[in-house]
Design a protein around this ligand. Structure first.
Ligand SMILES: [Zn+2]
Length: 936
């Protein structure tokens, strides 16, 4: 048998940037570690160090030690210090595909500012790996990956070919014994040689004659300064003359990339046949065979997952509208916002498996990213507003799909307007904005309230003084002129008429009658549409609303007295008893759900109220309020039992159906009242004994079975991650945040159901004794914040009956339309107006006569436009870039319309194909394709 005769030691540290301590605590340790590391590298030219594959560690260091930049860059240039290619070691399932692209983009930018980056997709600790990672890495020209968790049990060699659903392949170096496998070899001084030989014998079958990889480092570890001396001594001893030793193992030191280059030089050089002898693994890596996957992170602290999805969506929308309709350069703003967002995707950050302080910081950071998006978005909408007059609105659709938009506007004087059929009146807004009395001597303070013509957020259109008082007529849009000098003169005259100053005046501020109105309008993909409520027309498929029903031609939803819903689709598919809730005890921790005795599950409400909120014809809404009595917590004496004491849990579910839509929109809203539990909602699949499910996320739809592969000591609970949509049987559930689902056998119906987790509340970061996991996932720290007591949780999703399958029912398209609503703004041309609730805020963006007439980019099929932004090309020019994803497992036409000449590029912007016709371009199965419009 061939036997390895070399052990390549890769000194590294695994830098969990925030986890059981917040970021700044760990950063302080990092700075001291790198300070010492730089000395060690300079004193030992043969030393190599891998800084964990994430450039954020270097950025964090240099922010505190800017004067060390040259030393760091020099170590990188000498090949002693390996940095990048990621910005952060992300959780691969709790962010969008686009966010992974930006992670690599930002990571490469940071790394390259110092020198050549590590060209290895280093994924040492992620809790499983998403299917498109090989395609994403190859898109950046990276051909190798290195990982630990998630690899199936059948892989017993140190490398395999990892293939994405489109066929993109990377060579995967498998850290079968984890990312610290060499630590034990150095643990006992003087026994290095013996331990190395022992380890070599243990792993020889995995390596054949190839050198063994020895990862020397662990979480937040500092590298041994005397490593080179220890290695030299060991090699010297082993090679001691006269005693020729056939069992000798030479020790060498290299970076992680250096090791991969050693064992697979042909592959690195571009030989695509070089992986021919390796086993092949396709798609996502979610086996529990040799490492824990910790799937409970998908449901703990669910508001973090919402914050991530919100920030991702808002940034993407802001980028699209800015690129399509803006006129300013906001690239620096987007870079800052994406950096905040990408930082938050770290595998101990958005996952919520750290302490409360960490979770709070992540949530704040994600909010900051969203604020940047809001700032740019407002600026762009102000510019769009300047293109039309205040009696009209403009709707902006950021998705690539032409759509029916339903937008809410505030309508003036609706009684006097001739409204089109495409308008549904909602709530009336208050007309009396002010009604008070004041003595003459205080009347001048009215002048302090008036700014130009603005008063209380609206514009003064008229004013009248009588002997009793003064009355202002205000509105959101100006009518005629307001003469402040004339008003002031009249005010002074009235003040002069009462020398005592004691007379009282009634001061009224009366707004025009206003109502919130829902208006339907058709708008192209990434396009604008003017909206005029007097001519807006309804579709031929209006919504009718009864006491307990919502219906259009495509779908009927009926609520029964228990609050359960029957959903009937036009094709005859009937989902009975949908949206039941199941509340179960949870004795686990932030990493893993821990089941308790199932008899304690609460499945029925004590009380149900159903009310009609909106009666159509554009949008119907029913509210189902259910009151449950749920156990307050686990029993303190017996963690397998829930407490006798119960608390009321009030869950509001708003069902919404819109004209022309085949899906039932659902919004579940409650304030969590109980500890140690998991609350899920069930959506029937109308089938039983299903083999599995199809779930979207990270630019792919993944097929998953009902059972996971176990082996390591963690029960493979088949609770899975989903973003966008999950399909099983005859149902698709479309989600708007990073969520957790499971296909479960529903005892009541006998059929399978998709269980979507609404909240999972526990009080410990990691428990030492867990019913489903042998090894603790971290320290046994209390995390009271993860109980979510008193925390409001909202979950918005939609049920799309899909008897023909997710692709045929258009789940990818409907999921995109569900999560991205169009923007709307009142026109400001020709005068000041109220924008965003503030008078006079508009108009600042200047004239907008050059807005595009048609759609900027519009797709005709169900390929999804995932990103549209302004980027800087190689020559420094600002150009438009569009990225599309084909979620289908078969080729599909892109069928896109867009002005200009477009080149197809890789993810770095390098041109692969010149002058592509977007209308006829064929998107391969599961392909991510990027195009750049040529500068004019
Ligand atoms: Zn980690």
């Amino acid at each position: 048998m061939e036997t390895p005769d070399e052990l390549v030691i890769v000194p590294h540290t695994h830098w969990d940037r925030e986890w059981y301590e917040p970021h700044d605590v760990f950063r302080l340790r990092l700075v001291h570690m790198v300070d010492r590391l730089l000395d060690t590298l300079e004193q030992n030219p043969g030393y190599r160090f891998t800084l964990d594959g994430q450039a954020a560690a270097v950025d964090d260091y240099l922010e505190m030690r800017p004067e060390q930049r040259e030393r760091v860059a020099s170590a990188v240039e000498r090949g002693q210090l390996a940095v990048g290619p990621f910005l952060i070691l992300l959780d691969e399932f709790l962010c969008d595909g686009e966010t992974i692209v930006r992670n690599l983009e930002l990571g490469l930018r940071s790394s390259r500012s110092l020198g050549p980056e590590m060209r290895l997709g280093y994924l040492p600790d992620m809790f499983g790996h998403s299917a498109q990672m090989p395609q994403l890495l190859r898109g950046f020209g990276v051909r190798d990956a290195m990982m630990w968790r998630g690899v199936p049990a059948r892989i017993d060699s140190h490398a395999f070919a990892w293939v994405a659903p489109d066929g993109s392949t990377v060579r995967a170096e498998y850290l079968m014994d984890g990312y610290g496998n060499a630590l034990d070899l150095f643990a006992l001084p003087g026994q290095l040689d013996g331990l190395v030989r022992e380890y070599r014998d243990q792993v020889a079958s995995r390596y054949g004659s190839e050198p063994i990889l020895g990862m020397l480092g662990t979480d937040h570890s500092a590298p041994p300064a005397d490593l080179m001396q220890v290695v030299a001594a060991a090699n010297g001893d082993a090679g001691d003359g006269g005693r020729a030793d056939a069992g000798r193992v030479v020790l060498t030191v290299d970076t992680a990339e250096g090791y991969v280059r050693r064992v697979a030089p042909e592959w690195a050089a571009g030989d695509d046949d070089a992986l021919a002898g390796l086993p092949v693994v396709e798609g996502e890596l979610r086996s529990h065979a040799r490492g824990n996957l910790l799937p409970g992170v998908f449901s703990i602290r669910t508001n973090l997952k919402q914050a991530m999805a919100d920030a991702e969506r808002r940034l993407s929308v802001a980028e699209r509208l800015d690129a399509a309709f803006g006129s300013d350069d906001h690239r620096a703003f987007f870079d800052t916002a994406w950096y905040r967002l990408v930082e938050s995707t770290a595998h101990d950050s958005v996952t919520g498996c750290g302490v409360d302080a960490t979770a709070n910081e992540v949530e704040g950071r994600l909010a900051t990213a969203a604020h940047v998006a809001r700032g740019v978005g407002l600026r762009t909408m102000e510019r769009i507003a300047a293109s039309t007059t205040p009696d009209r609105h403009v709707v902006a659709n950021p998705t690539g799909f032409a759509r029916r938009a339903h937008v809410e506007i505030r309508l003036h004087d609706p009684a006097r307007l001739e409204l089109g059929s495409g308008v549904q009146l909602l709530d009336a807004l208050p007309e009396v904005l002010g009604d008070e009395t004041m003595p003459t001597r205080e009347l001048r303070k009215l002048l302090a309230r008036i700014h130009g013509r603005e008063l209380f957020g609206q514009l003064i259109n008229d004013w009248t003084f009588t002997d009793e008082g003064v009355r202002f007529q205000v509105a959101e849009a100006p009518v005629g002129d307001f003469d402040l000098a004339a008003f002031t003169e009249e005010l002074e005259r009235r003040i002069a008429s009462d020398p005592s100053g004691e007379r009282t005046w009634r001061v009224e501020i009366i707004a025009d009658p206003r109502r919130v109105a829902l208006v339907g309008v058709d708008v192209g993909g990434v396009a604008l549409a003017e909206l005029d409520p007097t001519t807006a027309t309804a579709t031929a498929d209006p919504v009718t609303v009864g006491d307990r029903t919502l219906a259009n031609r495509q779908l009927t939803a009926t609520v029964d007295e228990r609050g359960n819903v029957t959903i009937e689709a036009a094709d005859g598919t009937v989902l009975r008893d949908a949206l039941r809730l199941v509340d179960e005890g949870d004795r686990g921790d932030s990493y893993n759900y821990g089941p308790v005795a199932s008899a304690s599950a609460v499945t029925d409400p004590d009380e149900v109220e159903i009310s009609v909120l909106e009666a159509g014809p554009l949008r119907g809404r029913l509210r189902v309020r259910r009151r449950y009595a749920v156990p307050a917590r686990l029993d303190a004496r017996d963690p397998d039992t829930r407490s006798e004491a119960s608390v009321p849990l009030v869950v509001d579910t708003v069902l919404e159906l819109r004209e022309g839509e085949p899906m039932l929109r659902v919004d579940v809203d409650f304030v969590n009242a109980a500890a140690d539990h998991r609350l899920r909602v069930l959506v029937p699949t109308v089938e039983r004994d299903l083999p599995g499910s199809s779930a979207a996320g990270q630019y792919v739809v993944t097929e998953r079975g009902r059972d996971g592969e176990g082996g390591w000591g963690e029960f493979p609970l088949p609770t899975y991650p989903v973003a966008r949509f999950v399909h099983a049987g005859r149902t698709s559930v479309l989600v708007t945040k990073h969520s957790e689902y499971e296909v479960v056998a529903d005892e009541r119906s006998g059929d399978d159901a998709i269980a979507l987790t609404l909240v999972r509340a526990v009080g410990m970061m990691s428990v030492n004794v867990h019913p489903l996991r042998d090894e603790p996932a971290g320290a046994q720290f209390e995390v009271p914040g993860a109980q979510y007591l008193g925390t409001r949780v909202r979950t918005s999703f939609a049920v799309l009956p899909s008897a023909a399958g997710w692709a045929e029912s258009g789940a990818a398209r409907w999921a995109e339309l569900l999560r991205t609503e169009p923007e709307v703004v009142r026109g400001t041309r020709g005068g000041p107006a109220v924008v965003g609730g503030v008078a006079g805020a508009g108009g600042a963006a200047g004239a907008a006569d050059d807005l595009p007439d048609g759609a900027v980019v519009e797709v005709g099929g169900d390929v999804v436009l995932e990103s549209l932004r302004t980027v800087t090309d190689a020559s420094g020019e600002a150009v438009l870039e569009a990225r599309f994803v084909n979620y289908r497992g078969a080729a599909a036409p892109l069928a896109a319309r867009a002005a200009g000449v477009w080149d197809r590029t890789d993810l770095t912007g390098a041109v692969l194909e010149h002058g592509v016709d977007l209308a006829t371009f064929e998107m391969g199965a599961a392909r991510i394709e990027t195009f750049r419009r040529r500068a004019e």
